[in-house]
Design a protein around this ligand. Sequence first.
Ligand SMILES: *Cc1c(COP(=O)(O)O)cnc(C)c1O
Length: 300
Amino acid sequence: MINGKSMNFNSPTEKYIFEGHTFYLKRDDLLHPDFSGNKARKFYYFLENDFPNITKIISYGSAQSNAMYSLSVLAKMKGWLFEYGVDHIADYLKENPHGNYKSALDNSMQITVDQGVPTPASDILYIEEGGRQKEAEYGIKILAQEIEDWQKENDIKELNVFLPSGTGTTALFLQKHLSNSKVYTTPCVGDAQYLEKQFLMLEKDDAYHPSILTLDQKHHFGKLYRENYKIWLKLQEQTGVVFDLLYDPLGWRTLLAHPEVFSKPTLYIHQGGVLGNESMLPRYERKYKNEELIDENILQ
Ligand SMILES: *Cc1c(COP(=O)(O)O)cnc(C)c1O
């Protein structure tokens, strides 16, 4: 078992080249085998501090979310119960548990379907979907500090930072605490307007808001796109790093469509989520793998 005090929360930063662009990669996917990525940063506050009255975490969201899995780990570490609400669980997932869902069940998550909003109580810690809440600032500020320390060590004065967004919580608090860097992001859930609204809920002063970059085409979260699968395969081929399949493909497609970002040293934040690939990858392979093989055969 781990606890906050024994955890080394300084993830390495490595240098790579992708499609001819040199970039640095902050490996938050390597923070800890069970507690990694931006969810570990967001929930770090709860790991580090004592909550003597709390006996249970309650949260909600999708049945395969990275936040759900990270909360199951947090609850286990703290000796708390963990109750998680979903609208719906696909029959296939119920019959063949895998990925984040299986791992969270293994950590004793209790799942409830369509139970509505729970009644607040002093022994319950209620966590918003995806960890969109002000306590996230605590761990993300530490991430910003690590980045600035690394900049100093490597004599990198100005930096462009890129990371794909869901709720935008990570990008927002990073921008707030990185004084010499510009943070760029792209909305993976909803559009730029939605993301701007999310920023405003956490921070009224838009001087602290990250810069939003987008592609022209509409993108639906969780849907399978040939371009996403292709760029994910290419990333692995050229860098050897496994990225997540839900956010990073759109992140990288957006970043490559805005090469001006690379005019300064560029840091991409790997926000973890690789366990979720267990459910996404088979879906992509069923849909596109044979097609790829056919393409290659035609080329030969
Ligand atoms: C949750 C998550 C995101 C989105 O983070 P936000 O702070 O909600 O914007 C991005 N990438 C990965 C891998 C995630 O798990």
